[in-house]
Design a protein. Structure first.
Length: 109
């Protein structure tokens, strides 16, 4: 028994070009709307007090700085980087204070 693969030729006509343009516009618009939603959520962080911001590893200046990014940039991505960086730095300082070289291993039962 012989099997043959059938390849469908790629369409390069006007319909294909239009489909790619529409797809690009839809994806770009969705990304922009997602960025606007994230920007609104980041703005709501300004309602928290400084202690609450510190609990999540941020400062008020982090939030303000993230909101100063260009409108097309997602400020939440910058805040994630800053928060993780600050928490890992604090964790390293705490481990050094206790004389640990690495974070303690999790104990499983």
């Amino acid at each position: 028994m012989v099997t043959t693969e059938t390849e469908f030729p790629r369409s390069y006509g006007p319909a294909s070009t239009l489909r790619r343009i529409v797809q690009f516009v839809v994806l770009t618009t969705a990304a922009f709307v997602r960025t606007l939603v994230h920007r609104r959520q980041v703005r709501s962080l300004l309602e928290l007090d400084d202690r609450s911001l510190k609990d999540i590893g941020l400062t008020r200046s982090d939030v303000i700085g993230a909101l100063e990014l260009p409108l097309a940039k997602d400020p939440s991505a910058l805040l994630v980087v800053r928060s993780v960086s600050r928490r890992s730095h604090l964790r390293a300082r705490a481990n050094a204070a206790w004389g640990l070289k690495h974070a303690p291993a999790a104990v499983s039962c």
